[in-house]
Design a protein around this ligand. Structure first.
Ligand code: SF4
Length: 685
């Protein structure tokens, strides 16, 4: 702070944007942010930060920031006091429970909120309401990673730390654009490549890292499973597998071998569009490397068969003996939101309690009941898409949406709006009057990540402290405070007075977090889970002795390739892929309210020059994009980054209507939407 006014204060915290989890020092002066500085000793960022973490804090003082609760009266949202707002919510929840039972109430918790807030939300739903109807937005992004990695290896997280990944001699980066979406990780990957590591990028688009790749595989959207089977076929055919590892530590090889017999490179080339030579070259790079690592993003998960994709990708690491050994660095999902890992870790899921114990498991419920003092409902609750379906059917009578603009970010947005409008009580915790808030009956103004106390878990399972650099503005409150106060209003004491208390209680309940506490994190900075005791360092690299599956072995998956939910046809000849761009973050509600908007002021529809010529479109032209589900308005950008027959746009400008285009096809295992494959056409403006 020496460069700042003597009165400036510095607060060490964790970035509230992406899942990299950069350590930041927030310098405040006169009650506002003077600067955000990347911490040199940050364990993940090592002195770096991106344009989001450093500069996208103008939202905090935006005149559009909500500072008072709003209550709908006569069709209009009007400012009211907290007692009135929470009293209305409490009465509405009681009425919903009275009319339809506890399962008539549901909550969508927030991957933006702290662990402690997520812990309290799921506890509220299970203890106060008596339902498992709680979910979080990992449903829309990495739920297939959670399901796939759990099935293959036993735990719902990446297998290695990023420090390990950075020691790899071959990087296989799949369905991810870290240069834009996770820039600090993108820079570290690039640094590794510049120091000699081989790089294979698998992505339909020519994303930033692809420029530096030894091999760039460009599969047709929706054909990942076939691509991974093709790579596995080559590993097997060319003897690039680790037979000792497969014998001693894996299961499922005969079934996979039988399946792969039908996946020769020429057949895979027909399905994916990837040339045989590229496929073989990529498999050899990965198979012959001494220490390969896999990093993947939403391009693997957001598919009709996303979980099969994750499992088929994990097959490569298992075949190669590159997971749970010192011969490689496993499979590592790049989590999108700052705390999407933590929201799931804390049990904001309809089938899992904190620490991933199943609600269906009586022993797990008993452990929670001993801590909470009430019975835990046994039946798994509703997932987010099922919540909307239940609302449309009249079965869901109250929905609490915390920090998610579901009307803008969930697929097939028209049907989400129908669901909210059909639900008798919609409560929304928000920073701004989002599209979802506009459809709510009660809107509760909340603190942002710069104004909160707690912890986040980043993409490589590190718990890190979040500290308030300043108090929240006006009458806004933290989600933690709101949940506790609402419980009290309903006559229940949730017992966790502070965020530190909440993490301590979670540590008592979930063995994998038993060694974690705020005091420890304040002393040590970051601690990975599993961490089973206060004197254990936490398991940064997983599975060195055994996998966490019931039989202790890694499980190869023999999932056949199945086509995506949508195919192009004469009516909708182009395939739309959605994703992130560098200056903005998710729905853009924070990054569009500040200086980052000047860096990236509008969204574009990227399309290949061949398609631009075919449809007689020029750079800068306004077009209407239509799918079988809706339409959006975008500006054309002619770009070779996108393959012929495909178009790309971000989801940072929801007013363009992008999620009116996307379908309700969803992963068959986890219900994760198929955002990555939508058939569209480009029409005149
Ligand atoms: Fe780091 Fe991600 Fe924040 Fe950028 S957005 S500073 S990469 S945590």
């Amino acid at each position: 702070t020496s460069a700042f006014h003597p009165a400036a204060a510095r607060t060490r915290t964790t970035c509230g944007y992406c899942g990299v989890g950069c350590t930041l020092d927030v310098v405040t002066q006169d009650g506002d942010v003077a600067a955000v500085l990347p911490a040199r000793d940050g364990p993940v960022n090592q002195g770096h930060a991106c344009v989001k973490g450093r500069f996208a804090h103008g939202f905090r003082t935006s005149p559009e920031r909500l500072t008072r609760p709003l209550l709908r009266r006569g069709g209009t949202l009007e400012p009211v006091g907290w007692d009135e707002a929470l009293g209305h919510v409490a009465r509405g929840l009681r009425a919903a429970i009275h009319a339809g039972g506890p399962d008539a109430v549901a909550a969508i918790s927030s991957a933006r909120a702290t662990n402690e807030e997520n812990y309290l939300v799921q506890k509220f739903m299970r203890v106060v309401v008596g339902t498992n109807n709680v979910d979080n937005c990992s449903r829309l992004c990495h739920s297939p990673s959670a399901a796939g990695l759990t099935a293959s290896f036993g735990l719902s997280g990446g297998t290695d730390t990023f420090d390990d990944v950075e020691r790899a001699d071959c990087l296989l980066v799949v369905g991810a654009n870290p240069v834009e979406a996770h820039p600090v990780v993108g820079a570290r990957l690039l640094r590794r490549v510049l120091h000699g590591a081989k790089l294979v990028v698998a992505d339909p688009r020519a994303v930033g890292l692809a420029l530096h790749a030894d091999v760039h595989l460009r599969p047709r959207p929706g054909t990942n499973v076939a691509l991974f089977h093709g790579l596995a076929h080559v590993l097997l055919a060319e003897g690039l597998t680790d037979e000792e590892f497969l014998r001693a530590r894996a299961t499922g090889l005969p079934e996979l071998t039988e399946l792969l017999a039908d996946c020769p490179p020429d057949r895979v080339a027909d399905i994916t569009g990837v040339p045989v030579a590229d496929l073989v070259a990529a498999a050899r790079l990965y198979g012959e490397a001494g220490h390969p690592a896999i990093v993947h993003g939403l391009g693997v998960t957001e598919h009709l068969h996303g979980t099969d994709g994750v499992r088929s990708l994990a097959n490569l690491a298992i075949l190669r003996g590159a997971v749970g050994t010192d011969r490689g660095f496993g499979v590592n999902p790049l989590r999108g939101q700052n705390n999407v890992q933590g929201a799931s870790d804390m049990g904001a899921l309809p089938d899992l309690l904190p620490g991933y114990g199943k609600v269906a498991d009586a022993a797990v419920r008993v452990r929670a009941e001993e801590v909470w003092g009430v019975p835990v409902p046994e039946r798994p609750g509703l997932r987010i898409p099922d919540m909307f379906a239940a609302a449309r059917a009249g079965d869901l009578r109250a929905l609490w949406v915390i920090g998610e603009d579901v009307c803008a970010t969930d697929p097939d947005a028209n049907r989400v709006v129908q669901a909210l409008d059909a639900c008798p009580l919609v409560v929304c915790n928000e920073l701004f009057l989002s599209e979802t808030a506009r459809h709510a009956d009660v809107v509760l103004p909340v603190a942002s990540w710069l104004e909160k106390d707690g912890t986040f878990v980043n993409f490589d399972r590190r718990f890190q402290r979040v500290r308030p650099a300043m108090p929240p503005p006006g009458e806004t409150r933290t989600d933690f405070d709101i949940v506790r106060t609402l419980a009290t209003t309903m006559g229940v004491d949730l017992s966790c007075e502070t965020p530190a208390d909440a993490l301590a209680e979670c540590a008592r309940l979930a063995p994998v977090f038993a060694g974690l506490s705020h005091d420890r994190l304040d002393r040590e900075g970051a601690v990975p889970w599993p961490c089973r005791a206060p004197d254990q360092p936490g398991e940064a690299k997983l599975y060195l002795e055994r996998f966490a599956t019931p039989d202790g072995r890694a499980h190869l998956a023999a999932a056949p390739y199945l086509p995506p939910g949508e195919q192009p046809d004469d009516g909708y000849p182009l395939l739309l892929v959605t994703g992130r761009r560098w200056a903005h973050y998710n729905s853009g509600s924070m990054t569009r309210r500040g200086g980052n908007l000047a860096l990236d002021p509008v969204d574009f529809l990227d399309l290949h020059p061949d398609d631009a010529a075919r449809y007689e479109l020029r750079d800068g032209e306004h077009v209407t994009v239509e799918s079988r589900h809706g339409q959006a308005r975008l500006i054309v950008r002619v770009s070779e980054q996108t393959a012929p027959g495909q178009v790309f746009c971000s989801f940072h400008f929801p007013a363009s209507g992008v999620n009116h285009l996307t379908s309700d096809h969803a992963d068959t295992v986890t219900s994760c939407p198929e955002y990555k494959v939508t058939a569209v056409r480009v029409a005149a403006p």
